[in-house]
Ligand binder design. Structure first.
Ligand code: GLC
Length: 421
């Protein structure tokens, strides 16, 4: 009987300890990621030897180019106009709070110096560690820095096409290389804020020793946040080219045109309006927006992207308070646009400007004041029960993109009917 009691108390204590550990690791993840959830907006950069042929990042696979032929691009990759400080400044001016760069894409070409590979920028045409220069620029400007790292390396025999697993010895070499390179990346470049894995192929976290990889990353960079693409739970989820809200932290990454890597022929750029809507759509659902740019082989960001970033920046300088740290709002009129909540304030980001009166309803708290951020104009607030009218606003929209109204409430903003949202 006594032994039984002892047995159950030990089990009980273990269960309690395990749940404390789980809560602790949850809290640790929440603390680590707090800055990122405040940031809401980041820049993605896809750049590599594939920028030379300028047909996006997948040609080695899609055109089935043998490595012996493909490697000429690395010899030709010698960017003359590479100025990472300028990239960082451009991101900053656009209102972006972090930058994630492809240190290595699926073709295995490293922008950084690696002891375990010769297929790197320092050992081919460029003869420079481009990631070292990038890291210096980020650190000097106080820009948070993320490293994208593709796990798969198409140079290994039998890896292509994806899904044809043939030879475990080859895979073991590829996995060892990944572990060694992630160690290099997180050791040699100072503080790294984000580790952004991609392409766990074959999809087998045991083969890749993904848990071990994450443990190493966290040991080398204790505050790093890690995405979910190594097949084990990460700090945040990564829907791609789609806005898809998740219960925990998430980030939608989007190409600005239709290619991740530089593609000379791809002029299918999204409009500023569309890009802002995507950003707001993420922020209004507790998500981040990671917007890609694809510099050319000389290190120049295409003019179409530069122009868009500049316009987004102009908009963010006036309206950024509706984005940083934003989450869902309990009130608003989805017919007019989108809305966010930041602290006690609500922001209507209006796409279809209704004229000098903006009506909305189902509002459960008293609106104290409202103003249009684009010109600071105050609205006259009329409220009857849960119906609200914001009068005396401009007849026509002031901002060419989304016109943002900031609402201040008495106390917390609330809907009159919880079911409304
Ligand atoms: C996909 C693509 C890859 C790109 C990544 C960005 O995994 O294969 O080219 O880098 O998406 O999220």
């Amino acid at each position: 009987m006594k032994i039984r009691a002892l047995y159950f108390s030990i089990i009980g204590i273990l269960v309690i300890l395990a749940s404390i550990a789980r809560v602790d690791s949850c809290n640790a993840s929440q603390n680590r990621i707090a800055w990122w959830q405040q940031a809401r907006f980041g820049m993605f950069i896809h750049w590599g030897d594939y920028s030379v042929p300028a047909r996006d990042a997948w040609i080695m696979y899609q055109e089935h180019i043998p490595f012996q032929e493909y490697k000429q691009f690395a010899e030709q990759f010698n960017p003359q106009d590479y100025n990472p400080a300028q990239w960082v400044a451009m991101a900053k001016a656009a209102g972006m709070k972090y930058i994630v760069i492809t240190t290595r894409h699926h073709d295995g070409f490293c922008l950084f110096d690696s002891k375990v590979s010769d297929f790197t920028a320092p050992k081919t045409g460029a003869k420079r560690d481009l990631i070292a220069e990038f890291a210096d620029a980020c650190h000097a400007a106080g820009m948070r820095m993320g490293f994208y790292y593709s796990l798969v390396d198409w140079r290994f025999p039998g890896v292509l096409p994806h899904g044809t697993r043939k030879d475990d010895a080859t895979y073991k070499k590829m996995v060892d290389q990944a572990h060694a390179q992630v160690r290099e990346l997180l050791t040699n470049y100072g503080k790294v804020d984000i580790l952004w894995y991609d392409m766990l192929m074959p999809y087998d976290p045991v083969l890749w020793r993904s848990k071990e990889l994450d443990a190493m990353a966290r040991e080398l960079q204790p505050n790093i946040i890690i995405n979910d693409r190594a097949g084990v739970p990460g700090d945040f989820a990564t829907p791609e080219n789609v806005v898809s809200a998740r219960p925990g932290p998430w980030e939608s990454c989007y190409s600005m045109n239709r290619s991740w890597g530089y593609a000379r022929y791809d002029r299918n750029y999204k409009s500023v309006n569309e890009l802002l809507r995507l950003l707001v759509s993420c922020a209004s659902q507790n998500g981040n927006f990671l917007l890609n740019v694809a510099p050319d082989a000389d290190g120049r960001i295409p003019i179409e992207a530069v122009e868009r970033l500049r316009s987004i920046g102009q908009w963010m300088r006036v309206n950024g308070k509706a984005i940083y740290g934003a989450g869902p709002s309990p009130v608003g009129d989805p017919n007019l646009g989108l809305e966010t909540r930041v602290g006690d304030k609500v922001y209507f980001l209006i796409q279809r400007w209704p004229g000098s009166t903006v009506p909305f309803a189902w509002c459960g708290s008293k609106v104290k004041s409202a103003r249009l951020l684009a010109n600071g104009q105050k609205a006259r607030v009329e409220q009857k029960g849960d119906r609200v009218w914001l009068h005396d606003l401009p007849e026509y929209p002031v901002d060419p993109y989304l016109n943002v109204i900031e609402l201040t409430f008495e106390g917390q903003p609330r809907a009159s009917q919880p079911a409304y949202r």
